[in-house]
Ligand binder design. Structure first.
Ligand code: 5AD
Ligand code: SF4
Length: 492
């Protein structure tokens, strides 16, 4: 009888990809996936540390499994990812029934760790060295030994895949835990990335999303020259079978003209940029150590729009960061009003132990005010999004059909045309009626109606149509929340 694996994933796309790789490696050991934790021989949580709330949810889930583990001591319980790397032994103190604590850079060791627990070796910890101690070799090893092991069944869909091009982050924004949980920034050799993309496309994958915490700072030394993200996009562009290329997340300071030119010139590259601003106020940006001013951000945005006509831009904001006054918050509101973001992901500041902000600045904005600012900014962005969506009514757009819509999923099994959902080349969500066999195909849709989150339309033709299609400029798609479960939230 095959052993059963249950895995729960929270956090960003990087975690979704890590889970895919974990499942791939365990399948090769004879495991099959189950959606019922009670039924599983191995229960894994792939965790996120970006905000406290995500961590507390995992500790609660672990608490709920205490009785189950007491009744079934042979079952293996593991905590993976950022929280494992950050909290280390603290996890065993708070949840002594956990068997494995495995950090982001160590996931390749998981089959071995599970075997050791099964053989009675007791709790296993596999953690990367602190970033100042980690050698480049260790990092590269965890990259290359691991990423090629793909499991198509764990992808967001059979025709979409994430491809890691970079790990870690060197920016050290003062609020952010990622540089310590994911380690130093390392770019992956472009030849390896191209080979992985070729393999994915040969398996039927039509869209790849290149992942990096600051993906636009990708740079790999090839000896005679340095390959940048713009070169990498050109390198993979002509991969047979590949239709779309996306990349997330961008750091504003690293948005070079070479990259913008590549986005404009390469037809398979989606005209969509996620470039988090985080705040519209210079003093707050300085305390966040974002390394740019709001004036720079505005200029960068103008440059994106000038160099890539019709590009859609989305952003992230943190509200209630240490010391944020009402006036400073209003400057974020002004930026959202003016910038025309397709959508913004808005977060209440959550102090993270070990970060500079937590050491230096008191978390002095009361929760009630954070909540109110969060709602205010959401509602301003909602208005911007709706106006932009409305501009698209009457246009035709090219949509890669991703699957059944949320509503259609609830009524699955019903015969006849279904409500389908997909995305345009500018990452806008479009919902329309069609046959389920359109899933995975690119269709042309005439936009009939708009909400702040979604475009609604009718299929013009099931075949892909090229150049004459009018592409949207800026829109919103916070339905991403729902997509979040499949595609995860913005990358951090
Ligand atoms: N508190 C709140 N939001 C945070 N983010 C990162 N760290 C924190 C924190 N400590 C947000 C940033 C980032 C997004 C993925 O998460 O906006 O871009
Ligand atoms: Fe790096 Fe992004 Fe975190 Fe800043 S917010 S430290 S750029 S991962």
């Amino acid at each position: 009888m095959g052993k059963k694996l249950y895995i729960e994933t929270v956090g960003c796309q990087m975690n979704v990809l890590d889970s895919e790789l974990v499942v791939g490696s365990l399948r090769r050991q004879g495991y099959e996936l189950t959606h019922d934790a009670d039924d599983a021989d191995v229960i894994l949580f792939n965790t996120c540390s970006v905000r406290e709330h995500a961590e507390e949810k995992i500790y609660s889930a672990l608490g709920r499994l205490r009785g189950h583990k007491r009744r079934h001591p042979e079952k293996v319980l593991g905590v993976l990812g950022c929280m494992a790397q950050k909290d280390q032994k603290k996890i065993l103190r708070r949840a002594p029934h956990v068997d494995i604590v495995c950090g982001t850079g160590q996931l390749g060791k998981l089959p071995e760790l599970i075997d050791q627990v099964r053989q009675g070796a007791g709790p296993q910890l596999a953690l990367s060295l602190a970033r100042h101690e980690a050698s480049r070799l260790e990092v590269e090893h965890s990259f290359e030994s691991y990423d090629p092991m793909r499991d198509p069944s764990m992808r967001p869909s059979p025709f979409q895949a994430y491809v890691r091009v970079q790990i870690g982050c060197d920016k050290f924004c003062t609020y952010c835990v990622v540089p310590s949980t994911r380690g130093p920034e390392q770019s992956r050799p472009p030849q390896h990335i191209a080979a992985e993309v070729r393999q994915l496309a040969a398996e039927g994958c039509k869209e790849v999303t290149l992942l990096g915490q600051t993906v636009n700072s990708y740079e790999y030394d090839l000896g005679d020259r340095r390959e940048r993200l713009s070169d990498l996009l050109a390198r993979i562009h002509d991969t047979p079978g590949l239709e779309r290329i996306k990349f997330v997340t961008n750091f504003p300071r690293d948005m070079g003209n070479d990259l913008l030119d590549a986005v404009r010139e390469l037809p398979k590259v989606c005209k969509y940029l996620h470039v988090p601003a985080q705040s519209g106020d210079n003093e707050v940006l300085k305390r966040m150590k974002r390394l740019y001013t709001v004036e720079y951000y505005r200029e960068m945005l103008a440059r994106c729009r000038e160099r890539v006509p019709g590009v859609a831009v989305s952003s992230d904001f943190i509200v209630g960061f240490c010391g944020e006054t009402e006036e400073q918050f209003q400057r974020s509101c002004d930026l959202v009003r003016e910038a025309g973001f397709k959508n913004s992901f808005i977060f209440k500041y959550s102090p993270r132990p070990g970060t500079k902000a937590d050491d230096l600045y008191p978390d002095d904005v009361p929760e009630e005010i954070k909540k109110r600012r969060n709602n205010d900014l959401l509602s301003i962005q909602g208005g911007v999004s709706l106006a932009d969506h409305r501009r698209l009514v009457g246009c035709t757009v090219e949509v890669l059909v991703e699957g059944l819509s949320k509503a259609a999923l609830k009524t699955s099994g019903t015969p006849g045309p279904r409500q389908l959902t997909g995305r345009t080349m500018t990452d806008h969500i479009v919902v329309f009626e069609g046959n389920e066999r359109l899933v995975g195909r690119t269709v042309v849709v005439h936009v009939r109606e708009a909400s702040p989150f979604t475009l609604y339309g009718d299929v013009v033709t099931g075949e892909q149509v090229g150049a004459e299609v009018e592409e949207p400029t800026r829109l919103d798609s916070p339905e991403r929340e729902e997509q979040g479960k499949r595609f995860a939230l913005p990358l951090i």
